[in-house]
Design a protein around this ligand. Sequence first.
Ligand code: NAD
Length: 378
Amino acid sequence: LTIGVPREVFAGEKRVATVPEVVAKLIKLGFKVVVESGAGNFANFGDEAYQEAGAEIIADTAALWAASDIVFKVRGPSEAEVGLMREGGTLISFIWPAQNPDLMQKLAAKKATVLAIDCLPRQLSRAQKMDALTSTAGISGYRAVIEAANAFGRFFNGQMTAAGKVPPAKVFIAGAGVAGLAAIGTAANLGAIVRANDTRAEVADQVKSLGGEFVKVDYEEEGSGGGGYAKVMSEGFQAAQREMYAKQAKECDIIITTALIPGKPAPKLITAEMVQSMKPGSVIVDMAGEQGGNCELTVPGEAVVRHGVTIIGYTDLPSRLAKQSSMLYSNNLLRLAEELCKTKDGIINVNMEDDALRGLTVVKDGNITWPAPPLNLP
Ligand code: NAD
């Protein structure tokens, strides 16, 4: 079968779903690979590199889609792209079915088979190699610190210089899931004093192992909502948490927020009053912008200055590290291709008896198969 890699069309999207190194590996699995001319340009992978890896370059978008039995994409397809898709074709991409019911209907009408990379059952340990949510969140956490460092007017590390003593920056991380832990490690490596909080007490050891200090809320309540995710906390907890965050806002130079609750708006953790209490020149990076933001003053997609504090609400952090993101995403898709093509003959088998593949498959031969039944885990 032929795997096609189109140029991403979403405004500002710089990633590409397959990098040249992975093209060569897909060919070893028995596939033919076609790549749209310029698909990797923004991630620094030119057409020649794809050709050297064995791909055919196709300049015409419609011809690329027509030639592809299976399409590898980063962003879910636009309406025009669904129009270009082959009837009965296969698509592997981020889809977010709950947020995109119209897209799901259109894909079903195309008699497509669609594997939504965001629907991977992450609890399965053998699914980890395909977990693009984790690789993306790790990159976002790293990039959030780089954005903060760029907007901050001082060093992160403390220094003793002939020109005077410089104190280390103090960084507070709200939410220590995949992205938060990546941010903790990155900020600690730059030499900052790092503190972090999460409603799930189980992450305290992970925070410490990465060089951070876990700051507890003075209120006993278990924050785990199942599956490793958080739940909405009680009013009493939230009041105690606000008190602690207000203290951190006054003391810290940089706040990075990553707190999310599945299926709910992002918890509001940083109030306008807390922003006002921060030192001028402080920076907030709010990674929850797309879900409404963890800070009351965040403008999703933008960097704004409020009360002398820069508040960064960029929603394209992975795309801002396009080469790295494309490499890791491609590897996730390669691992998925290996699961789909165990016979290594370029033919795929979307085996609905396989828990990981069942979870990923949101449309099968034109039938909507999302949501998958819950897993029966021990
Ligand atoms: P997420 O993006 O849903 O949330 C980010 C973090 O915000 C979470 O740690 C959450 O507890 C925290 N949070 C939510 N509300 C908060 C609040 N009010 N105050 C402070 N913090 C709050 O989570 P994620 O990063 O995708 O991962 C969550 C968990 O899933 C992690 O423990 C991760 O290790 C686990 N995970 C497991 C697997 C696996 O088992 N294979 C794979 C991926 C992730």
